[in-house]
Write a protein that binds this ligand. Structure first.
Ligand code: SAM
Length: 200
């Protein structure tokens, strides 16, 4: 990852969402992206130029654009028409973002379009987050890693975030997905966690 002093940056065409440019690099703020927050907390997977990434919950391409600055290709799945319009604009300026307008619950819709990937990144904030991840494991290459941004409040507001995180890890485990680490994203995103997962 590229750091300038204590700030995470990426190298690519700027002006995607009004991000600051520092010494020619795009500032990747931990306040605008959970993935950046994870890196700022000293965790996260080193993104490399040969990596292929399946990104579930691409939204308008803020984080996608930074990931694309580092890796070979990003398959960016987003079902909502409005953010998809913005994502298309972002993808037009880069050669390595493949926007897929689809529901990640139905991966069969994009199976013909997506290769095996090194990293699955998921940020969908849905009650069935764990099931969505499990449905997409088929795309992970052997030895690959999943970075699952968990929003416990989208799953259950009656239990504590920590309890929900434990139950999600159990549910993933029942589906053959092992959680190696659970990192809470405070102070950037209170009550959000990043689960670093691998196939059992
Ligand atoms: N990852 C984005 C970023 O950092 O720039 C922000 C993602 S936003 C919190 C969640 C996104 O997930 C929304 O754009 C939403 O439309 C999308 N989403 C919700 N359900 C989804 C599903 N079933 N499949 C794929 N994406 C979904």
């Amino acid at each position: 990852m590229i750091w300038i002093a204590d700030q995470l940056v990426s190298e690519g065409p700027g002006g995607v969402y009004g991000e600051r440019i520092i010494q020619g690099y795009r500032l990747w703020s931990p306040r605008r992206s959970k993935l950046s927050a994870l890196y700022h907390l000293g965790k996260g997977i080193e993104l490399e130029s040969h990596h292929r990434v399946l990104y579930l919950g691409a939204a308008n391409g803020t984080t996608v654009s930074h990931v694309a600055d580092y890796v070979e290709v990003v398959y960016a799945v987003e079902p909502a028409p409005r953010p998809m319009q913005d994502l298309m604009v972002v993808a037009r300026r880069r050669k390595n973002i493949i926007p897929l307008m689809a529901d990640a619950r139905k991966p069969e819709r994009y199976i013909p379009l997506v290769e095996h990937v090194d990293i699955i990144y998921q940020d969908v904030a849905q009650p069935d987050q764990a099931e969505i991840l499990a449905a997409n494991v088929r795309f992970l290459a052997s030895g690959g890693v999943m970075v699952f941004m968990l929003k416990p409040r989208s799953i259950d507001v009656t239990s504590t975030p920590a309890e929900v995180a434990v139950s999600v890890q159990k549910s993933l485990s029942n589906r053959g997905i092992r959680t190696d680490e659970c990192i809470w994203l405070s102070p950037y995103y209170p009550d959000h966690a990043a689960l670093i997962c691998r196939q059992d």
